[in-house]
Design a binder for this molecule. Structure first.
Ligand SMILES: Nc1ncnc2c1ncn2[C@@H]1O[C@H](COP(=O)(O)OP(=O)(O)OP(=O)(O)O)[C@@H](O)[C@H]1O
Ligand SMILES: [Mg+2]
Length: 224
């Protein structure tokens, strides 16, 4: 009951052109793929035309989607598409997808090992960069460095939104502490966080996790 009320309170914003959200971080395992999937399924469930693109040549997303379709005995074209790309061609593919005007939002899951030039091109092709980070000392240090490295892209493209999404937050962590820890960074801290939860460890590439809708809503509000 409460969840129905909650999800129906999230309204779809009409963008007049395709928006591109890219998950980037210099460190592996910060939650890019987990959040890219959850964001894609959440936005698709609200009614956005979404495409999920992965540049990680492990092709985790495509494989997960294929496995899910196989288990459900269903065809791919029923759901939002998942595309496998690579660092050196993703920017060009984004431009083509934008020109086709077939999607409201493209969500790009980049690999932790992406090269500097790959990151630069992806930044310039994106409207919003989301850097996922936990609050471990090591993750925070890498997040500081990632933001520092991405700031020059904002000089070339001032409208680029550079955002931090606190991920794997434990129930005892106080958001005040999170904000104090991250406020020195020259990036917007998304006004929510993703808790450390079992439901996020093996996300579906089809079904939305209702508890993530609030996070998806905060992300889309920044895109406006
Ligand atoms: N909020 C969360 N709650 C619980 N587990 C999480 C959460 N976020 C990420 N994880 C787990 O942490 C691990 C790393 O997450 P994920 O694969 O999303 O990171 P990544 O940034 O995509 O890594 P890579 O750089 O290797 O692609 C996974 O096992 C995932 O299930
Ligand atoms: Mg990943």
């Amino acid at each position: 009951m409460f969840e129905n009320w909650f999800s129906s309170s999230i309204t779809k914003i009409d963008f007049n052109m395709t928006k591109v959200i890219s998950f980037i971080s210099r460190k592996g395992g910060t939650g890019k793929t987990t959040n890219a999937i959850n964001l894609a399924t959440s936005l698709s469930s609200i009614g956005y035309k979404v495409m999920l693109v992965e540049t990680d040549t492990n092709y985790t997303l495509i494989s997960s989607r294929k496995l899910e379709l196989f288990k459900r005995k269903e065809k791919e074209d029923v759901y939002f598409p998942v595309l496998a790309s690579e660092d050196h061609r993703v920017a060009e593919e984004i431009e083509q997808l934008k020109a086709s005007n077939a999607f409201d939002i493209l969500i790009i899951d980049s690999a932790g090992k992406t090269t500097d030039s790959g990151i630069r091109e992806l930044c310039l092709a994106s409207d919003m960069i989301i850097i996922t980070t936990s609050l471990t000392q090591n993750d925070l240090l890498v997040t500081f460095q990632t933001v520092k490295d991405l700031l020059p892209a904002k000089e070339i493209k001032p409208q680029l939104k550079l955002c931090i999404l606190p991920n794997r937050i434990h129930s005892h962590t106080r958001m005040k502490t999170v904000k104090e820890t991250l406020e020195d960074l020259e990036a917007e801290i998304i006004d929510t966080y993703v808790p450390q939860r079992k439901i996020y460890t093996t996300p579906s590439t089809i079904d939305a996790e209702k508890k993530y809708l609030n996070v998806a809503n905060e992300i889309v509000k920044i895109l406006k």
